[in-house]
Design a protein around this ligand. Structure first.
Ligand code: GLA
Length: 744
């Protein structure tokens, strides 16, 4: 068992291979305090870490100053409104309008394995892989029962948390805030907070700032995880970098509104919390009703950011992603969006497919514009019927023709949306999210369907499924191109309007669950105006997610750096597109675009019948590279060697096979350099004693040489130039003689 409870001290200890998470029950009232999270500890009496020795400690010893205790005690899951002035993790409003919550220990359960979270994505693990603690807290005044659920993984330094709230009282209550994870810890190491921010075409740029007094947070109130901020937060001890230092990562397995916050108090403690954003959230709990929060995945590393990254990658590849494709090489696809936008028909698509098939591309994806009368982005969302004036001969015919060329076929949908100019809207104007008497704001000239209503969910699901049943469709791109506003549902009563955003996300999950069950062989790729729904929630349903509409190789370096800090490369939708790039107008070598897209699912987003001959002719080589390296890229360990975001000159990362027998290094020289020697980079993660062949150079070096002595990379001529370096462990006799300057 990796979780223990010591009855005499009232202390719970959760262990992973290298970390411990400790909490304890104190006083006759049974407050639950956070004791410790970090490097693995042996068994001991840890209670002093809650400052139990400092008098007066608990209210039973000094009831006169109860507030002082509540406002300074390191809480494990803080309530609100009764004397702890730091922000609480949970808020409940009674029918009388009061808002106090104080949670005290009631009971607990420890068992092997991990429970599912009904209706929500979550990491999974068997009884042999993890243990779970359910800590049941109660507020007797409210009749509220709150179960904190913790799972510790045996092989990975990951602990997951979620919360179940039950109205065990006799009156209806309103849950207005419920975080999935919270804890208090001292800021005694000048902690910094690492978060991700961005915009459309600029997703997941990293931001690092010193934690200071008061609250610092990131969050989304846009109905999706968003381009703008990301459901991730890491606390880094001062000076922590890729290779060293303490790092605490929190990632939310959810695709809707979120809040990730750190609050530093007057006594220099930090209250860390993550969960559904409380803004506009209000969930009615009638007698015996329960509410299940999504899950937070916490990863601690004492070997810097890099180790945290690799733990998330392993956890998500092995305990979050599902389905046939999760560990498989994905077909190299060509998507017609940047090739044609809305201007295409059967003939054009077949032209692209024909040319693509000659070059080794394996799937054609028909993007936006094949349905209703959608020739621009102003109409037809909701009218999921094939436009046969564009798709002459029908969809089945098109797919058959594409299949005959040896290509698979994929299709784009945006199921959650409705255009005001659509038959669906003309028939059901009340199906859009909106408030009575207020014209809802358009974005990209579209509105959002009210997915809190089951009849709408069923209607849309059936429309999508009907198309998928009608032809041999092997891939779906599920898009979502605007964020939610004007939150109002004609299907919900007044006291449940605050449930809309979360119900919306639950419905998206339900639809995708249905889709993946009914079409288990279809490869699903989520997307949202590029990468606004690249999150761990979506990863549970689709093994790949479109990372950004920005396919410029240089912009992608930063976008993919942020994304790959948590998510495995096998999930990162990355394509080679045409130049000048459609988003930034930059011209980069085709070769470099290929190198950058290789650190993802790989594909093309261009008109293969029109691009420069030279670029066209390079495709078979890129296809070959993909087949050669993708097994390694998908399953290997990721090391960030240098960051263009930080140094403004070059980017470098590495994927190392689990058995350390292969290494792929990607080096991109963003800025050309004048009058310079070669650049030295220090590799990471190699086997010190292994001899590695550098492909194409016929040189062999020891792992220790390459890691500590470094690898010299010649100065490349010009901007935006790239280089792939492939190392293979040398196992045969030849190695000895090839090894330069090596004396065994
Ligand atoms: C979004 C997607 C694009 C493309 C368009 C189609 O922006 O991110 O890849 O599918 O929608 O409208």
């Amino acid at each position: 068992m990796s979780i223990s409870y010591q009855k005499e001290t009232g202390v719970f200890k959760l262990d992973t291979p290298n970390t411990s998470y400790i909490l304890g029950i104190v006083d006759e009232e049974k407050f639950v305090g956070h004791i410790y999270y970090g490097r693995k500890l042996g068994n001991d009496d840890f209670r002093y870490l809650m400052r139990t020795g400092e008098n007066p400690f608990v209210p039973s010893e000094n009831g006169r100053d109860r507030n002082s205790f509540l406002d300074s005690f390191p809480m494990e899951y803080p309530g609100s409104g009764v004397g702890d002035y730091r922000e609480g993790a949970i808020k409940v409003r009674t029918k009388q309008g009061h808002e106090g919550v104080l949670l005290l220990y009631k009971s607990h359960r420890i068992y092997p394995g991990k429970p599912e979270l009904t209706g929500l994505p979550a990491t999974w693990g068997t009884a042999a892989e993890c243990d779970t603690l359910e800590l049941i807290l109660e507020d007797k005044v409210l009749g509220l029962e709150v179960t904190l659920v913790y799972t510790a993984f045996h092989q990975l330094d990951a602990i997951t948390r979620s919360v179940k709230v039950k109205n065990a009282g006799k009156e209806t209550i309103y849950l207005t805030k419920v975080m999935s994870a919270a804890f208090d810890m001292d800021n005694d190491r000048e902690f910094e907070m690492l978060t991700m921010h961005g915009s459309w075409a600029r997703e997941r740029r990293l931001q690092r700032r010193t934690v200071g007094y008061g609250k610092q947070s990131c969050g989304s109130m846009r109905g999706e995880s968003s381009h703008q901020e990301h459901p991730f937060l890491a606390l880094l001890e001062k000076g922590a970098n890729q290779k060293q230092g303490a790092v605490y990562g929190l990632n939310f397995v959810y695709s809707g509104n979120f809040l990730a916050q750190v609050e530093q108090s007057q006594f220099d403690s930090m209250r860390v919390m993550m969960g559904i954003h409380p803004e506009n959230f209000c969930w009615e709990l009638k007698m015996a009703d329960t509410f299940q929060t999504p899950e937070v995945v916490m990863v601690y590393s004492n070997q810097g950011i890099g180790k945290m990254t690799r733990t998330y990658h392993d956890l998500y590849r092995n305990h979050l992603m599902r389905g046939e494709y999760k560990d498989k090489k994905r077909p190299i696809l060509i998507n017609n969006w940047e090739a044609t936008y809305f201007d295409f028909n059967t003939e054009k698509l077949l032209d692209i497919a024909k040319e693509a098939s000659k070059l080794g591309i394996e799937m054609l994806v028909m993007d936006d514009g094949w349905f209703g009368y959608r020739n621009d982005d102003n109409t037809s969302l909701g009218d999921w019927e094939v436009n046969e004036s564009k798709i002459q001969g029908g969809l089945k015919h098109l797919v058959e023709e594409v299949n005959k060329m040896g290509l698979k076929f994929g299709i784009w949908f945006e199921p959650e949306m409705i255009s005001p100019d659509s038959n669906l809207f003309r028939e059901h104007p009340d199906w859009a999210i909106q408030m009575p008497n207020r014209t809802p704001s358009l974005a990209r000239n579209q509105l959002v369907l009210d997915l809190s209503r089951p009849e709408i969910v069923n209607y849309i699901y059936e429309k999508v499924a009907k198309i998928l049943r009608s032809a041999n469709i092997e891939y779906v791109k599920w898009d979502m191109n605007r964020q939610l506003s004007d939150l109002g549902s004609f299907g919900l009563p007044a006291e449940r309007q605050g449930e809309l955003s979360h119900r919306y996300v639950l419905a998206v999950y339900e639809m995708q669950e249905r889709l993946t069950k009914e079409f288990p062989h279809v490869l699903l790729e989520n997307c949202s105006g590029g990468g606004a729904r690249f999150d761990a929630g979506m990863l549970y349903y689709s093994p790949q997610i479109w990372c950004s509409d920005d396919t410029d190789a240089i912009e992608r370096l930063s976008i993919q750096e942020g994304t790959s800090m948590i998510y495995p490369l096998s999930a990162i939708g990355a394509h080679v597109s045409d130049c000048p790039n459609h988003t930034v107008g930059r011209k980069t070598p085709f070769e470099t675009r290929g190198y950058v897209a290789l650190a993802g699912t790989f594909g093309y987003e261009l008109d293969v019948t029109k691009i420069h001959q030279e670029d066209h002719d390079m495709i078979p080589t890129q296809v070959e590279m993909y087949h050669k390296y993708n097994d390694l890229v998908r399953a290997g360990d990721y090391y960030r060697i240098a960051s263009y975001q930080e140094n403004h000159e070059y980017d470098c990362y590495e994927v190392v096979a689990k058995d350390k027998s292969e290494v792929l290094i990607t080096f991109i020289q963003v800025m050309g350099r004048a009058n310079c020697h070669s650049r030295r980079i220090y590799l990471d993660g190699l086997d010190e004693n292994q001899k590695y062949y550098i492909e194409g150079e016929d040189t062999v070096y020891l792992g220790s040489t390459l890691m500590y002595g470094g690898l010299q990379i010649e100065n490349l001529w010009g901007d935006f130039r790239g280089k792939l370096i492939y190392l293979k462990a040398k196992v045969d006799k030849q190695a000895e003689s090839d090894l330069k300057f090596f004396q065994s």
